[in-house]
Design a protein around this ligand. Sequence first.
Ligand code: RAM
Length: 377
Amino acid sequence: MKKKLLGLILSTAMIATLLAGCGQSAADAPAPAADAAPATEADNSGEEAEAEAPAAEAAASDASGTKTFAIVTKSAGNPYNEKEASGFQEAIEGAGYTCVVQHPEAATPDAQISVIQSLISQGVDAICIAGNDENALQSALTDAMNQGIKVSCLDSKVNKDSRATFVNQAGTDEIGLALMDAVYDLAGGEGDWAILSATSQAANQNAWIDSMKKLMESDSKYANLNLVEVAYGDDEPQKSTDQTQALLQNYPDLKVICAPTTVGIAAAAKVLQDQQSPVKLTGLGLPSEMAEYIGDDDAHSCPYMFLWNPIDVGRLGAYTSIALANGDITGASGEKFTAGDMGEYTIVDAADGGTEIILGPPFRFDPSNIDEWKDVY
Ligand code: RAM
């Protein structure tokens, strides 16, 4: 039953990926797949993740020599992570290898450390991880690398000593600028605004927030904007809802909330729209979850938002893992490799002294294109 469900998810993800393509241009977007609905909660459960492990364990020790590639997401129950994993799995299995998908129970480093330890004992060939903390996984990932496992990260980076390279969804400052300008626009250039983030240790959200803060300090254009609080919803829907309500209560002059997390923005969108709040919302959201909240009028809470294709983040993570495990790349800056049908990518220097591979620019979703994308991812 689970296999059937997984098959269905994979085939819809594959259709969606083919339709969405690696490019992010809405102009090029063909009609979206009607059945590419987001995965259900049940599909994301930790139980599902655990159910994957024994099969992979068998495959990892398979004398046929088939390589086994693991993806470790931030946590179970997050449709973004599910889509990322589906792209990874599609590319790994499409290349004839074995895939292990692990969604830790919570978005914490501790939950990831036990998953990493179990993958080391299974003898997987590569681990691609979305880090729940930049530094706390170093010891576990170093153990993995010492066992010959190729370690890379995607979505949310671990520090440069804990990885060969990092598959970054888009340039960090590019995302920071897009979000900052959206806040500026929606606030009318001045007034109180707040951030609703994921966990306080999430490297990706923290990097985007730092980038926004630096822009506010360095560019007088943003001088009249007042960031009142960075709240943390921990990528949990209920906590994100509670934090949004607290922001509305504590800051009566609040004009804009920016949520650089798909879980946070969906929760905030519902609170604002249900309350018919005049506070406007922007950030990073999944079109499938945000379509009902995107609109220019008072009845909608989010005029526009940004994202990239999470399925493609997973696919690029998979092709990077394969190239590392096959010795085609080491993760050094300047190396090039072919990421299957996604084409050639070049590894570049990252700001933290390590390296990264950038998928592409962030894409803006608004009333003009949201219907095209809501069934894709
Ligand atoms: C959430 C996660 C993920 C991030 C997206 C934008 O789903 O925190 O790491 O990339 O939002």
